[in-house]
Design a protein around this ligand. Structure first.
Ligand SMILES: [Zn+2]
Ligand SMILES: [Zn+2]
Length: 345
């Protein structure tokens, strides 16, 4: 028997016992190592939904997870029992035109773990043991903790954003939002050689975190006057990464990228106001309108298919240099047996 965390509806999270799962020839049984609680997990718990994705049957949350290989199917070659692995939560179909063209992250039939975007829901990984196809797994042999390894998936988003921003060597980067994705973007920008990184938020703690992982400047934009904002940010950045996930930030950062075309790191159409699932309107950032140059603007949002599988693997493989910086992001760790209270963190 193994313990599974399931959300049955808003504020209704239960720990339940599951029996052993069957293992196909290319399947791997994983033992949970560590899991990051994403904003979407919190919204499923607190509201029973993330935007239009409503919990219609019990949902196992969790997609930022690491684990240890417990058992392997007869044809598995990629991992061995006892391996420590990073897990890619994006399940591309492997057959559509995007998949066969090598762009699995844009798969037309993407199934993302721990998501109610489709029905039946795609069950996530907040459970003591779970089965995963071997192609989703990246074994890591460096001396990295399972907690740090669980940061590979959110780090992959930061790496993807920075990749789309083009060459950042010696440049100034503005990151709006200092949460997990914002801080991962800071780490990725620093790794890409950015000379100066500014992070904006409306709370102190995310800014402290962003500073601890490499941001040079943290700005509480909600406490700044329009004149101060203009003085600090006008023409300040060569590239901008929107990681607040708020509708205001999405519409108020400028359109257009380095070649005059919009950069998108997620599923939000450029130039149109889009609601971000489960996010609150973020009035303070509306004042950034027009104060950031139009050279490069990237957007990250919740529940987006931006978790490019190859970048997830790349993030895991770069764990030795990057994930060490992520140690300070692991606030509020607790054993999985206490998941019941995790949603209240
Ligand atoms: Zn996430
Ligand atoms: Zn596909």
């Amino acid at each position: 028997m193994s313990l599974t965390c399931r959300i049955h509806g808003a504020k209704d999270l239960r720990l339940e016992q599951d029996g052993p799962a069957e293992l196909g020839p290319t399947d791997v049984e994983m033992r949970l190592g560590a899991g990051g609680i994403c904003g979407s997990d919190l919204h499923y718990y607190q509201h029973g939904r993330v935007g239009a994705f409503v919990v219609r049957e019990p949902l196992v949350p969790g997609h930022e997870v690491s684990g240890t290989v417990a058992r392997i199917g007869s044809a598995v070659t990629r991992v061995a029992v006892g391996d420590k692995v990073a897990i890619n939560p994006s399940h591309a179909c492997g057959h559509c035109d995007y998949c066969t063209g090598g762009r699995l992250n844009l798969c037309r039939h993407m199934r993302f773990l721990g998501s109610a975007s489709v029905f039946p829901h795609v069950q996530g990984m907040f459970r003591e043991r779970f089965v995963m196809g071997e192609r989703q797994l990246t074994p890591i042999h460096e001396d990295i903790s399972l907690g740090e390894l669980a940061c590979a998936e959110p780090l992959s988003i930061g790496l993807h954003a920075v990749h789309r921003a083009g060459v950042l060597t010696g440049k100034t980067v503005l990151v709006t939002g200092g949460g997990t994705i914002g801080s991962m973007s800071v780490i990725a920008a620093r790794l890409a050689g950015a000379a100066h990184i500014i992070c904006c938020d409306i709370a102190d703690r995310p800014l402290q975190t962003a500073r601890s992982v490499g941001a040079d400047v943290g700005l509480r934009t909600d406490l700044m006057s329009d004149a101060e904002l203009t003085a600090q940010l006008a023409d300040s950045a060569d590239a901008c990464i929107e990681a607040a996930g708020s509708p205001a930030a999405l519409i108020d950062l400028p359109e257009g990228g380095a070649q005059g075309r919009p950069h998108r790191a997620g599923g939000h159409a450029a130039g149109r106001r889009r609601d971000v699932p489960g996010q609150q309107h973020h009035g303070a950032r509306a004042r950034l309108r027009g104060r950031v140059p139009r050279r490069a603007c990237l957007r990250l949002g919740g529940a987006v298919p931006a978790h490019a599988p190859r970048r997830c693997a790349a993030a895991a493989q770069r764990a030795d240099s990057a994930l060490a910086r992520a140690r300070s992001l692991r606030a509020g760790e607790r054993p999985h047996a206490q998941h019941q209270g995790a949603g209240r963190l």
